[in-house]
Design a protein around this ligand. Structure first.
Ligand SMILES: NC(=O)c1ccc[n+]([C@@H]2O[C@H](COP(=O)([O-])OP(=O)(O)OC[C@H]3O[C@@H](n4cnc5c(N)ncnc54)[C@H](OP(=O)(O)O)[C@@H]3O)[C@@H](O)[C@H]2O)c1
Length: 342
């Protein structure tokens, strides 16, 4: 039975406040390249790993979340794309490509096989199964069509618009016939939104002294749909710019991840005044839409109607820095880490 080196990223301790690189450690472990007989498990070589903002919640001890915390000293887990190198499960054979929950390490033994699914190696790049055709893509698809209940001609605002989720929301909204504006944290991202991703307008929120005035400038007639990825001050500013019967889809609050004592939202009374529907959602409630979502978004991609920005960091040892970068906007597009190409 071959035992090989297995580089791993572990959480050192539970964190308080913003995550930092020193909260994680890259260590040299080992892996047996054989699935224990009768285990029903699958041994995979990890190729691409996804950095997602929700993982920050799993690093907190007392985070009342929809998913249990990581344990200090254990390998961090998250979405990944991997290749099967041994299998004791009839649904997966050696050489298959899979996506799903795996470890931040070179080789993982996956025993909860409901966490992975087979994917085809075709004209869609393998790492896109972590973004465009993965969890962020489903989030954008379900959030836009199901939660935002769009109408053609709606005025749509998307925050963190160049990120994994935001860029898809904006493009789906454009295809639907909406007027779409995005906010992002650098001029480079603003240029990409307007140039490459086809948004009607975009602004750098870090250069605006008055977010409400910036939104008023972009939406003189108000906002019908706000797809909120950031929460905090941007949510407050969007609320006062909403139109009557507007919809706010609360997807995430990445701006709050760093705070143990989040600031409050001041403009909630506009929900009453303007009869706004504000709804939080989790993509996991929409897994039944997965086949419809993949067919729709893959077709749009193949037809050139959707482009996808990806930020690929090379090497497992760079995963902690790539992950931390999400919280200061270092990623330009979906943040992925390449562990191995095949
Ligand atoms: N509800 C669900 O089921 C679900 C599923 C997936 C993701 N989410 C949520 O969706 C949001 C976007 O996730 P993603 O995977 O697409 O991440 P992402 O946008 O690819 O990366 C995070 C981005 O957030 C922005 N950001 C970071 N700190 C910020 C701050 N203090 N204020 C404003 N913006 C900040 C940065 O962009 P800038 O440079 O533009 O600041 C950064 O690039 C997150 O809130 C995430 O938790 C929810």
């Amino acid at each position: 039975m071959a035992v090989v080196p297995n580089k791993q990223v572990v959480l050192k301790w539970f964190i308080v406040g913003a995550p930092q690189e020193k909260d994680m450690e890259v260590r040299e472990g080992t892996a047996e390249l054989k699935v224990p007989e009768g285990s029903g498990g699958v041994l995979v070589k990890n190729l691409y790993l996804s950095c997602d903002p929700y993982m920050r919640g799993r690093m907190r001890e007392n985070y009342s979340s929809y998913i249990p915390p990581f344990q200090p000293g254990s390998v961090i887990e998250g979405f990944g794309v991997a290749k099967v190198i041994d299998s004791d499960n009839q649904n997966f054979k050696i050489g298959d490509y899979v996506s799903g929950i795996t470890g931040w390490e070179q080789y993982s033994l996956i025993t909860r096989n409901e966490h992975i699914k087979k994917i085809e190696k075709d004209d869609i790049p393998l790492p896109f199964h972590l973004g465009l055709l993965g969890m962020p893509g489903l989030t954008a698809y379900a959030g836009f069509y199901e939660v935002c209940t769009p109408k053609k001609g709606d005025y749509v605002f998307v925050s963190a618009a160049s990120g994994a989720v935001g860029q898809i929301v904006g493009q789906l909204a454009k295809i639907y016939g909406c007027y779409v504006v995005g906010s992002a944290g650098s001029q480079q991202k603003v240029d990409l939104l307007k140039g490459k991703l086809g948004f009607d307008d975009a602004f750098n929120y870090k250069e605006e002294s008055d977010l409400s005035a910036a939104l008023k400038r972009c939406f003189p007639e108000g906002i019908d749909i706000y797809f909120d990825n950031v929460g905090g001050a941007m949510l407050d500013a969007a609320l006062v710019n909403m139109r009557v019967h507007g919809r706010v889809a609360v997807c995430g609050m990445v701006s709050l991840h760093a705070y143990t004592d989040p600031e409050g939202i001041h403009n909630l009374f506009t929900l009453v005044q303007k009869r706004i529907r504000m709804e939080g959602f989790l993509q996991s409630d929409y897994l039944h839409l997965y086949p419809k979502f993949v067919e729709c978004v893959a077709n749009y991609y193949r037809q050139g109607k959707i482009v996808y920005l990806e930020d690929m960091k090379e090497g497992l040892e760079n995963a902690p820095a790539a992950f931390i970068g999400l919280f200061s906007g270092k990623n330009v597009g979906k943040q992925v880490v390449c562990v191995a190409r095949d």
